[in-house]
Design a protein. Structure first.
Length: 366
């Protein structure tokens, strides 16, 4: 396979720069947040550096292989991801009451993280042909809904409510982008509103408690409301300029739970304050806006949908995670891209960035 030299000329250094800036802050923040945690083996920040380097290599490979190649195999990639979810339910590792991991030798990974990318690829393949000028009708969408529901059901069985929510939001964001008729969208909305009360019965008990304590954390301050209360204390105690690097007390003294994953932004807010938090949010905003620019300027419909799907995935992760740690949303276990610890998550995120780079570099090639 020969690589077009023009790709190097049009490489999107701005996108890469934003990603590396966020990832670098993430490594420093992870180092500080986990410095006082007693653990066996390699420190988490060194593991994160390792997975970041692996992810960057994968990102570059993804970027330089023409995106139509991924579209040609989109349904196969989706089927493999779906198969891995089935494997998880049968042979997955149970951690903290959830069965989400598959172990091969000494390597373990979380298939649900890669399902998000496979869904974006499958939807881009389905919607790459333009609809009627008024948009898609509901009767034209049974396959996309099936593409959503199959992994969602399997992921909810793990259980992993956070990833299921991300899939749902990416799906409907993409539907709006590809142009679905407003009458169809209204019908879906009304049907969804009718189903929501029924879904309550399918939630695990701890998930119900998290939603209830979101409205009043003091109902269970040492149980379901503990995460939310401690997160808000950490962020609030940072003030305007923060306590300083390595000086966060909530994380260092063990009050802040999951400070290396879902609540990494709380640790950042405590040490770097409002100014540091706004700076990181600004970087995320730049990443989202730059990604939207790539989607809008994409040279064809297929690449535009691919780029938008990745941007939607990143946006909803950032929006929900930060809203969650600030007490504006229920705790649902959604990590923060490039900041939260996790090999599967950072690699899947960088695969998405690779797709953005892919589309960006080929805007000028005909």
């Amino acid at each position: 396979m020969q690589i077009d030299r023009r790709l190097f000329i049009h490489f999107d250094w701005t996108l890469l720069g934003i990603v590396l800036a966020i990832a670098s802050i993430g490594i420093l923040n992870l180092y500080s947040a986990t410095a006082k945690i007693e653990m066996l083996g390699t420190p988490l920040y060194l593991k994160q550096i390792f997975w970041l380097l692996i992810g960057l290599v994968v990102m570059v490979v993804i970027a330089f292989i023409e995106y139509r190649f991924y579209s040609d195999f989109a349904y196969i990639i989706y089927s493999i991801a779906l198969f891995l979810l089935i494997v998880v339910l049968g042979y997955g590792i149970i951690t903290s009451g959830a069965q989400r991991w598959v172990k091969i030798g000494s390597l373990s990974f979380q298939p649900s993280e890669f399902v998000k990318i496979s869904l974006i690829l499958a939807m881009a393949k389905f919607f790459h042909r333009p609809p009627h000028r008024k948009g898609y009708l509901l009767k034209q969408l049974p396959l996309p809904f099936l593409l959503l529901l199959l992994p969602m059901v399997l992921i909810l069985k793990q259980p992993d409510l956070g990833t299921a929510i991300i899939l749902l939001l990416v799906f409907f964001s993409t539907l709006i982008f590809v142009k679905i008729r407003w009458s169809s969208l209204l019908t879906i909305g009304l049907a969804g509103a009718a189903v929501v009360p029924l879904l309550w019965n399918f939630l695990k008990e701890y998930q119900k408690k998290r939603i209830i304590t979101f409205f009043n954390p003091d109902l269970d301050p040492l149980g379901a409301g503990y995460h939310l209360i401690q997160s808000k204390i950490a962020v609030g105690s940072g003030g305007i300029i923060g306590k300083g690097f390595m000086k966060g007390t909530q994380s260092k003294l063990g009050f802040l739970p999951e400070q290396q994953t879902d609540f990494i932004f709380s640790a950042l807010g405590e040490e770097w304050g409002l100014i540091g938090s706004l700076f990181v949010i600004g970087l995320y905003l730049a990443l989202i806006l730059w990604g939207l620019r790539i989607a809008v300027q994409a040279k064809d419909r297929l690449s535009a949908i691919l780029a938008f799907g990745v941007v939607a995935m990143l946006f909803w992760h950032v929006f929900i995670n930060i809203g969650m740690v600030l007490g504006m949303m229920p705790v649902v276990g959604i990590p923060l891209p490039l900041l939260s610890y996790g090999g599967s998550f950072i690699i899947s995120t960088l695969i998405g960035v690779g797709l953005l780079l892919n589309v960006s570099m080929r805007r000028y090639l005909f």
